[in-house]
Design a protein around this ligand. Structure first.
Ligand code: 3H9
Length: 691
């Protein structure tokens, strides 16, 4: 405890330094240490003022969210904040790095605050499915007003020192190291140059209009979430005397803690960080100063844009001059869009370093080259060999979505330099990159892939080699379940609506039309020879659409007819369906939304379990990250493996057994790992331990 919170005396100033690496989370040790430190300095007669600051990179990044859902340990953060506010001697807080959530709550319970330029302040609790539960919903509005506090608390938006000063959340902005600033601020409190006051004594103006507007907006935009609405209710209680408001805040905070959305959102927070812990983490990434991209189609242009947005120099190659021109124009449009959305400064736009060429020679000097040419093994291998000849020793990546990297690697002189970097379309927007590791890939090449993804501000997830890697392989399984439900008579718009109701932005048929039905058609043709004859041909209906030239939005029609203002199901579907159902002796039946989701989710989880079982994903949490950051899985549900644990292995085994009985040729099989968990106990979360 002594190490986490230390005190020292500088004349009549008592200093408290918080030192709980890496981010000064307010875990039990910090809370208890802070109370003990206050007691010590209050009892020390020489001390006239107390200054509180953080060591390392932050003031306090918030409550320790690893403690949520576990039995609480005294003192709770709300009590710590009350102790600070009640303190008989003035307390000034000096904020640097991050003063977030519980960190900002500690600060606003102090009697004065100084923000060091560069600090990030905010109440991000709502993004974790909770609300500021240590007085933030009560003291925040007293300092910043109801409207500003509502904005910060319901959006989780992070602000800088100057905005915090303008809002009244801090009293002064300063520069310097936290200890020096703390000493100066404490001296100013003693000399009356910085006013110390208790936040609870500040008069608060009720703002019913702001409350009502926010409430209505959230009902429209975030009806499916729990905590944003609880945030509004808690802020509404800020006009009550502080103890009553705090009691209301605590009750609402506890309801958030108990909600499954809190568990899902916090799992998502950790998933984002867990995926970086790879076995190759100790290897030194190779330096990358010049990136080559081969193929200027949608993916190549998107990858090029992603690199340029991160100020990386790029050489973009396409052997067809028209394709190169179209690709370069798409890159320019993407960058202009980024400038107009404030994602890139006009100066950075002007400074991009892009070279275009029609021959691979221009790649000379590149230390990393990504191929994004046509998804065809021969085309890819010829390109990879060409790249290796021009750039011997460079890291060479394929952006294939499905093809076997080990087969590709055989064609290279040095397969240790080769890996997969599977970007998702649009590549300059989607955060996920699957880093696909082939048998011969060298550890430092894997580390280089991760380092590049980080520079591009993407989330990299390590995957082994299989058809579709982690994401597309699992997607094929639930896509298949959706196709079978449609073949059996459930309307496609009912399936899409149920999947949207689950929390995806789009249903599988809407997504198919957006991506183009020819992609799945090509995959089905490729897999036709190896298709298990004991399972049903789920693609029969989609094949008929493709044969008729209905390839989705790009042809104006696919699963849906897109010719009007709103898409309607393709009017030819019932006729085509009748023909297939008669030929295959299917008795049509319509599933309700619950059963649609049961099948969709179970197909996803079962395939994901197999992906873990085969070691394609090293940990279940990797799969959750893939789906959260690449496939639009609803963040508050945590990911397919997190959902699997919520449902429970025994229940999943029972579900799959029932579905296999209902549809013996539907491909429903219980993965061995689920059988084992159901029999012996255990969970996917348990497999993440040690990550
Ligand atoms: C809250 O405060 C509730 C209260 O209102 C009420 C209480 C009653 N807890 O992100 P990084 C870990 S809710 C535990 O890579 P960066 C993180 O997992 C909280 N651990 O660093 C990682 O661990 P590992 C409100 C935490 O420099 C390591 O620290 N606060 C916490 O890129 C480094 O993190 C928030 O929501 C935590 N609170 O970014 C802030 N925070 O090395 C959440 C981080 O094992 N935190 N860790 O993978 C952040 O936004 C970023 O971590 C921060 C630093 C900006 C601070």
């Amino acid at each position: 405890m002594e190490q986490v919170v230390r005190t020292s005396l500088e004349g009549d100033i008592g200093l408290i330094v918080l030192d709980n690496p890496p981010v000064n989370a307010a875990g039990h040790g910090l809370r208890a240490g802070l109370v003990a430190a206050l007691d010590r300095l209050v009892a020390e007669p020489a001390v006239k003022v107390i200054a509180l600051y953080g060591a390392g990179r932050s003031f306090i990044a918030g409550a320790d969210i690893r403690e949520f859902g576990k039995p609480p340990r005294d003192p709770w953060l709300p009590e710590v904040c009350n102790r600070i506010e009640d303190c008989a001697k003035p307390v000034v807080a000096v904020l640097h790095g991050a003063a977030l959530g519980g960190g900002l709550e500690v600060a606003i319970a102090a009697h004065a605050r100084v923000a060091i330029r560069g600090v990030a302040l905010g109440f991000p609790e709502v993004t974790l499915g909770v609300l500021p539960g240590a007085g933030g919903t009560q003291r925040g509005p007293r300092l910043a007003g109801v409207a500003a506090a509502l904005d910060l608390i319901t959006t989780g938006r992070r602000i800088g020192a100057e905005e915090a000063l303008a809002l009244g959340l801090v009293d002064r902005v300063a520069e310097g190291d936290p200890r020096t600033v703390a000493l100066a601020a404490a001296r100013d409190v003693l000399d009356g140059r910085l006013t110390a006051r208790r936040t609870r004594d500040i008069h608060i103006d009720p703002d019913r209009e702001a409350l009502e507007t926010t409430k209505q907006t959230l009902l429209h935009t975030q009806a499916h979430l729990f905590s944003p609405h609880a945030c509004v209710e808690a802020v509404a209680a800020a006009t009550l005397p502080l103890p009553e408001g705090l009691a209301k805040e605590r009750q609402l905070f506890q309801a958030c803690i108990d909600s499954p959305q809190r568990a899902g959102l916090i799992h998502a927070f950790f998933a984002e960080r867990a995926v970086a812990k790879i076995p190759e983490a100790a290897a030194t990434p190779r330096p990358v100063t010049r990136i080559g991209v081969v193929g200027a189609g949608t993916m190549g242009a998107g990858i090029t844009t992603a690199c340029l947005l991160a100020s990386e120099p790029v050489v973009l190659i396409d052997s067809a001059p028209e394709a190169l021109e179209r690709g370069a124009a798409a890159v320019a449009r993407n960058l202009d869009g980024a400038v107009s959305r404030g994602k890139m400064t006009p100066a950075a736009r002007g400074a991009i370093r892009l070279t275009t060429a029609t021959t691979l020679d221009a790649l000379a000097g590149c230390d990393l080259v990504i191929e994004a040419v046509f998804e065809e093994m021969d085309v890819k291998t010829a390109t990879l060999r060409g790249i290796e000849t021009i750039c011997p020793g460079a890291v060479i990546a394929t952006n294939t979505s499905y093809l076997d990297l080990n087969v590709m690697a055989e064609t290279l002189a040095d397969p240790r330099n080769f890996l997969g970097l599977h970007f998702f379309s649009p590549a300059h927007v989607m955060r996920l990159v699957e880093v696909v590791v082939a048998d011969a890939t060298a550890p430092e090449v894997v580390a280089t892939g991760f380092a590049l993804a980080k520079r591009l501000k993407k989330i990299a997830v390590r995957s082994g080699v299989c058809d579709g890697f982690i994401g597309n392989r699992i997607m094929s399984a639930y896509r298949r379940a959706a196709d079978l439900m449609a073949l059996d008579g459930t309307p496609i718009d009912a399936i899409d609506a149920a999947v949207r109701g689950y929390g995806f932005a789009m249903g599988p048929f809407e997504m198919g039309d957006l991506a183009g039905l020819d992609i799945g058609w090509a995959a089905r043709k490729r897999q036709a020879a190896t298709r298990d004859p004991a399972t049903r041909d789920h693609g029969a209906l989609a094949d008929r659409l493709c044969e008729a030239g209905w390839l989705g939005r790009k042809t104006g029609c696919g699963w849906y007819d897109h010719s009007g203002d709103t898409p309607v199901p393709n009017p030819a579907l019932p006729g085509l369906l009748r023909e297939i159902q008669q030929a295959e002796r299917i008795t049509p039946h319509i599933l309700d939304a619950d059963e649609i989701i049961t099948r969709y989710e179970t197909a996803m989880i079962a395939e994901a379990a197999r992906v873990v079982e085969e070691g394609i994903a090293r940990y279940p949490i990797d799969i959750d990250a893939v789906f959260l950051f690449g496939y639009g899985f609803p963040r508050w549900k945590g990911g397919p493996m997190h959902r699997a644990d919520e449902i429970g292995a025994a229940a999943l085994v029972a579900r799959i057994a029932r579905l296999a009985q209902d549809d013996p040729k539907g491909g429903w099989q219980v993965p061995a790992i689920l059988h084992c968990m159901a029999r012996e106990g255990g969970s996917f979360a348990g497999l993440n331990i040690g990550r």
